[in-house]
Structure formats: structure tokens, C-alpha cells
Design a binder for this molecule. Structure first.
Ligand code: ATP
Ligand SMILES: Nc1nc2c(ncn2[C@@H]2O[C@H](COP(=O)(O)O)[C@@H](O)[C@H]2O)c(=O)[nH]1
Length: 402
């Protein structure tokens, strides 16, 4: 069954009256979800080309400015929007590359519902659609010194095009060879606390006396590169990530014994005696929670490093020959000003009609949304796009774009 498009846009003129008493800048779309109308773009934008959100609550007759989480589309000369599954709005951005064309505004997903409770406000969350087969992020936890970093480095060295590291923020000082932006984003506590307050972090925790956290931007950056994201975070962080509905594989790395853990920490030589003792004290509780909390899908013992690495690879489906990650496409999809979107079962159809003298061309972009995975916080994976050229003389061709 076909469904009518939520609306058609982009043929609006500057100053167009929206019927809601708003002065339009010509970029708005209006999508009804239950009692609410989501106005995307336009009057409340920080600039004419960025995408702002307002909500009109029909039950109260009031306008609400929601807390907006996630990274929003950078520019928008026009867009279309259509409701998908009652909990998210699909946005197609005009004149953008395939990598940047399809976005989702989550309005009532589990993640958004949870954030509404925390913020005590209306909340919406952006999540960009990414093509390719990149798999779920991998969360790796375990006590300090167990070998998480060592295992992750081995994985990234052997499969550089497959895995990308989520660079955390921390208030601790850099160690000898650590580089800002590579190992961590080293930051001031007040700056990080302010960003946390504004919803920029997927999770954060006070670990061994310092603040650590994963920004939503850090995981989005990895997803955008078409790679599988690896997070190295403590148990509290893993618990928050689970609670925040990040669709990920959770792995806990366990030491063979406390004695061995202590030897590794001391041999690494990066902490003072006081810090080592603090990390060891915390390790006992972490191991206890790692084994019993139900947060983790897998527990790996890192006794012999090579064996543990083999087990990790096996668990990530890298036992045989490694699958090649699909690179993000730089193809340009350019829905024209009068493009519209409609929904037919699990397919979204972006209708791009262009009229040239003597040649009327119709270009349909078909987006299969049945295989979408993940979502906010982070990217929506599994985008599957085909373009169909229809000319006046009939069907001309189908191209697979992703
Ligand atoms: N299986 C192993 N056998 C012996 N030494 C190991 C093993 N795995 C890692 N190590 C060593 O233990 C030390 C700690 O490892 P690593 O720095 O990877 O731990 P970590 O879990 O990332 O710690 P942190 O959480 O503090 O960052 C390193 O010197 C590393 O070379
Ligand atoms: N909750 C989070 N924990 C994190 C994050 N980044 C790192 N960590 C954990 O901190 C300890 C100590 O790390 P170190 O580099 O100072 O040795 C370790 O357990 C890491 O897993 C984060 O973003 N969030």
C-alpha cells in the first residue's frame, strides 16, 4: 500500500506563511506524530541554512523548543521529510552526496524516551544514515592493565580499514607518547562537564579519579568512515552505553589473576605507586561487576596474549578471511527543488523529476528501510539505496548506489 508523502517542500518562498504563525525562511517541513507537529528547518534556525527543530503540541496549543541531541546536518538548501515507524522522521537533504543525503530525526525511539526522562524536556535526536555493511560497534571493558589497549592495537594494525577507534575525552594528563586527538581528547574538567550538560556525550564516568567520556561525535566519526567502531571504556561506561541503547557487542577482558594484573601495571610503568594501588583496588570491583552484571555478551581471559587475540578475532567474525568493508560512497544524489518522498511498504521513494527541453526525465531513488540498524546515539547503518532512471519512453535503468 502506498502512503501519501508527509509533505512536499522546497517550493516554498521566503516569507511564506506557514499557517502556524511562523515566518518561514522557505526550508520548513511539517510532520505530524500523534498530537505533535515537528517543524524541521526554517524560522528557528541558527542560520538560514542550518536545520532547527520546533514542536507544535496540538493538545496544549503551545510551541516547544526541544533539546536536540546528536550532530545535525550541516547545511540544508532544502529537504523533504516523512514519518517512518511513528518514532523517527526520515529526512532527505537536497544536493548532497550519498554519504550525507539521508538523515533520521528520532522523536520517540527508546533512546529518545530515556533522554526525555533525564532532561525533563522534549528531546529529539539526529542520526545520519550510512551505507555499507559496517557492523555493530564493539565495546571493550576490563580493569586497568588487563591488556585492552594492547588487543585493540593488534586488531587495528591487522585490520586498518575495518576498525576505527572511538577517541574518548579525559581530564587526565597525557602519558609520554600519547597524542591529543589520537589516544584521547585531553580536556579541562569544566569544558567537559559543560559538554556533558548539553548532551554531547554518549556516556561518561569518573574513573580512577579522572573524568572519561565518549562523545557522540567520536562514534559518529568512525561510522562515517565506514569502519566498525571500537570503544575502550570502563565498566560504568559500558553500563551507560547499554542503557543508552547503543546496539553494540560488549566484551569484558579478564586478567588470569590479580597478581598478574599488578605485574602488568607495574611493568607498564606509566602510573605512580599511588595510582597503581588505586587502579588495583578498583579492579576487584570491576572484575566482580564484569562477570556478574549481565552487561557483557562475552568474557575473554587475557592470559596468553596471542590466544586471547585469536579468541577476540573469532568472536568478531574474523576467524577465516576477513570481510572487506565497503567504503562510503561519494556519489552525489541531488534531489531537485520539487522532489518529494513517499513510503511504499518498506521502501522510501524519492521522486526527482527534471524537465529539460525535449527531454523529460524522472529519476527515482529507492531506499529500502527494512535493513536499517542502529540509530541515535550514533549513525543509522544498513542504508540500501538504488536509483532508477525513467525517461518519457519508459524504464531506462537501475543503478545500485550502495
Ligand atoms: N597477555 C598478556 N601477557 C603479558 N602482558 C600483557 C598481556 N596483555 C597485555 N600485556 C601488557 O600489560 C600492560 C597493560 O596493557 P594495556 O596497556 O593494553 O592495558 P589496558 O587494559 O589498556 O590498561 P588501561 O585500562 O590502563 O589503559 C602492557 O604493558 C602490555 O604490554
Ligand atoms: N567510561 C569511560 N571509560 C573510559 C573511557 N576512555 C577510557 N576509559 C577507561 O578508563 C580507564 C583508564 O584509562 P587510562 O587510559 O587512563 O589507563 C580504562 O579502564 C579505560 O577503559 C571513556 O570514554 N569512558
Amino acid at each position: 500500500m502506498g502512503e501519501a508523502p508527509a509533505f512536499f517542500v522546497d517550493n516554498l518562498q521566503n516569507g511564506f506563511s506557514t499557517g502556524f504563525g511562523l515566518k518561514s525562511k522557505g526550508f520548513e517541513t511539517f510532520t505530524d506524530v500523534g498530537d505533535k507537529t515537528f517543524v524541521i528547518g526554517g524560522a528557528n534556525c541558527d542560520s538560514a541554512s542550518s536545520v532547527g527543530i520546533q514542536i507544535y503540541d496540538k493538545s496544549t496549543g503551545k510551541w516547544v523548543i526541544p533539546t536536540v541531541l546528536g550532530t545535525k546536518p550541516k547545511t540544508c538548501k532544502g529537504h523533504s521529510a516523512i514519518l517512518l515507524n511513528e518514532d523517527r522522521i526520515m529526512i532527505s537533504i537536497r544536493g548532497s552526496t550519498l554519504d550525507d543525503c539521508i538523515w533520521f530525526l528520532e522523536v520517540d525511539t527508546e533512546y529518545v524516551k530515556e533522554q526525555k526522562k533525564d532532561f525533563g524536556t522534549e528531546v529529539v535526536a539526529w542520526s545520519k544514515g550510512v551505507t555499507g555493511e559496517a557492523e555493530k560497534p564493539v565495546v571493550i571493558s576490563g580493569p586497568s592493565g588487563v591488556g585492552k589497549g594492547t588487543l585493540i592495537n593488534m586488531l587495528m594494525k591487522e585490520f586498518p580499514s575495518m576498525f576505527g577507534f572511538s577517541v574518548s575525552h579525559t581530564t587526565r594528563a597525557p602519558r609520554g607518547l600519547e597524542k591529543n586527538g589520537v589516544h584521547y581528547h585531553f580536556t579541562e574538567r569544566n569544558v567537559m562537564e559543560n559538554d556533558i550538560k548539553h548532551g554531547k556525550f554518549l556516556e561518561f564516568a569518573s574513573v580512577h579519579g579522572n573524568l572519561y567520556g565518549t562523545s557522540i561525535e567520536a562514534i559518529e566519526a568512525v561510522a562515517d568512515s565506514g569502519k566498525r567502531c571500537i570503544l575502550d571504556i570502563d565498566v560504568q561506561g559500558a553500563r551507560s552505553v547499554r542503557a543508552n541503547y547503543l546496539d553494540a557487542v560488549f566484551i569484558f577482558i579478564c586478567p588470569p589473576s590479580m597478581r598478574e594484573l599488578e605485574e602488568r601495571l607495574r611493568a607498564r610503568g606509566t602510573e605512580t605507586e599511588e595510582q597503581i594501588l588505586k587502579r588495583l583496588r578498583n579492579a576487584e570491583a570491576e572484575i566482580e561487576q564484569g562477570k556478574s552484571s549481565g552487561i557483557f555478551d562475552y568474557i575473554l581471559y587475557n592470559d596468553n596474549l596471542e590466544e586471547c587475540y585469536e579468541n577476540l578475532m573469532e568472536l568478531l567474525g574474523l576467524g577465516g578471511s576477513a570481510p572487506i568493508n565497503q567504503k562510503p560512497s561519494s556519489k552525489v544524489i541531488d534531489p531537485p527543488s520539487n522532489h518529494s518522498v513517499s513510503k511504499i511498504n518498506n521502501k522510501m521513494v524519492i521522486n526527482c523529476e527534471t524537465k529539460e527541453v525535449g527531454n523529460e526525465a524522472k529519476n527515482l531513488i529507492i531506499l529500502d528501510v527494512s535493513s536499517l540498524r542502529g540509530g541515535a546515539p550514533g549513525r543509522t547503518r544498513g542504508l540500501n539505496i538504488h536509483a532508477i532512471d525513467l525517461f518519457s519512453d519508459g524504464l531506462n535503468g537501475i543503478h545500485e548506489l550502495s
